[in-house]
Design a protein around this ligand. Structure first.
Ligand code: UD1
Length: 420
């Protein structure tokens, strides 16, 4: 079991610069997209995080040949040995569901374990299944597995009842190889969805309306290889930005896309931080002594990201006044609250709202990370909590943050990993 120990305190501002890695949520669908072609896909700026290795293992089990070296991943799937994604892999990473659309589109059959319960809510996949069904796949559920079959998918008019990132990605991949035209309505517009669509276009897909609510996909008979750069991780960037504001530091983020961070920047400014974009690809965050309270409501892009909610909650524990956080995307996504209470925060949860009263003087304690972003929030709290904070079950954080303790150490944090 690995833990991360932080020796923090209220007067330890972070300083210096940090390089942001490629986006976890953009690279996972891009790896799944390799299933759509027999040719080689080369992905650049790949983050070295556990979910990437899990996705490579999953594709490897299906029959892919992959090679990851210095943030460049080459993947090729000339044929597959099997069309089944086992529960062992799906349970550690829900994004495994992204192989469903590509497998059925290219090979006519896919069997993927149902993801089941998840630390941040029920997270159903009904919209993925309905979409594939509309494209003509027969869908059956047996022994905890979804089986989708179709000799050749057929274009269709699909309206997503709810905004779904993974659902949009799965169906756009499937529709790229369907016969005829597919119209996708109420699509998720996250930069990661756009990054995937740009890869698909390089592979030969015909997609109009990338980044818009409605996309039109004209299916093609086959897709080819491509070279593609993964966008910078806006959630990793946002996490370090909060760290800068929270510790009243002065940090520069390198290799970021400020245009993907508009709401995060806006909220940090309301809270009092100074945010500058000194040159292309860089963001400077200067924290202010006084942090203002601010209400936050999570919503699909371009709204405030649910993946930044835990980190902002920590920041708001230091604000002079009361803030209300409303979580509209996932139920049960306040599991970090109990851990923050143990550090001395004053937070009350009522339904989908968390009322955060600040400023609270935090003091270090042992805490448990329940999911990826909750663990990031706890590490941030550890930076300002007096004394020692030990975050247990850090495997969650390794799923999505490349070298987090090395990066925070580079900014001056007193942080280390302990192996037991
Ligand atoms: C992706 C991100 C995750 C982020 C989330 C929301 C990846 C790998 N993960 O997750 O980090 O927190 O977007 O921005 O990109 N829903 C249904 N039925 C479905 C699918 C989703 O009801 O078939 C619901 C979910 O329960 C949730 C909402 O729709 O309430 C959004 O989920 P979705 O956008 O699909 O999230 P993921 O793609 O799983």
């Amino acid at each position: 079991m690995e833990k991360i120990r932080i020796r923090g305190g209220p007067d330890l501002p972070l300083r210096g610069s940090v390089r942001v890695s490629g986006s976890k949520n953009a690279v996972l669908p891009a790896i799944a997209a390799a299933l759509l072609t027999e040719n080689k896909i080369r992905l650049e700026n790949v983050p070295l995080v556990r979910d990437v290795y899990s996705m490579m293992t999953l594709l490897g089990e299906l029959g892919a040949e992959g090679d990851l070296r210095e943030n460049v991943l080459e993947m090729q799937v000339p044929r597959i040995h099997r069309e089944e994604a086992s529960y062992d892999l799906v349970k550690v990473m829900r994004a495994s569901i992204l192989v469903l659309g590509p497998l059925v589109a290219r090979f006519g059959k896919a069997i993927v374990a149902l993801p089941g319960g998840c630390a941040i809510g029920s997270r159903p996949i009904d919209l993925h299944m309905t979409g594939l069904h509309k494209l003509g796949a027969s869908i059956t559920l047996e022994h905890g597995y979804i089986k989708a079959e179709a000799p050749r998918l057929q274009g269709a008019d699909i309206h997503f009842e709810k905004n779904t990132v993974g659902g949009t990605e799965n169906i756009v991949m499937a529709a790229s190889l369907a016969r005829g035209e597919t119209i996708l309505r109420n699509c998720a517009r996250e930069p990661e969805v756009q990054n995937l669509c740009e890869l698909l276009v390089k592979m030969g897909a015909k997609i109009d309306g990338i980044g818009e609510e409605t996309m039109r996909v004209t299916g093609v008979d086959s897709l080819g290889g491509a070279v593609h750069e993964i966008i910078p991780d806006r959630i990793e960037a946002g996490t370090y930005m909060v760290a800068g504001a929270l510790t009243r530091g002065d940090i520069i983020l390198d290799r970021v896309r400020p245009d993907h961070l508009v709401t995060t920047i806006e909220k940090l400014r309301y809270c009092g931080a100074r945010i500058e974009t000194p040159e292309t690809g860089k963001i400077r965050v200067v924290g202010s002594a006084e942090i203002h309270p601010e209400d936050i409501t999570t919503s699909p892009y371009p709204g405030f990201p649910t993946d930044m909610q835990a980190q902002f909650m920590v920041l708001l524990t230091q604000a002079s006044g009361t803030s209300i956080i409303t979580e509209t995307i996932f139920d049960r996504r306040f599991q970090h609250v109990n851990e923050l209470l143990r550090l001395g925060a004053s937070i009350e949860v009522s339904g989908d709202k968390a009322i955060v009263r600040g400023p609270s003087r935090l003091s270090g304690a042992e805490v448990i990370a329940s999911d990826l972003r909750a663990s990031a929030g706890l590490l941030l709290a550890g930076l300002i909590a007096g004394g020692e904070t030990v975050v247990n079950e850090v495997e969650h954080i390794d799923r999505g943050y490349e070298a987090i303790e090395a990066k925070l150490r580079q900014l001056g944090a007193r942080i280390e990993r302990i192996k037991e």
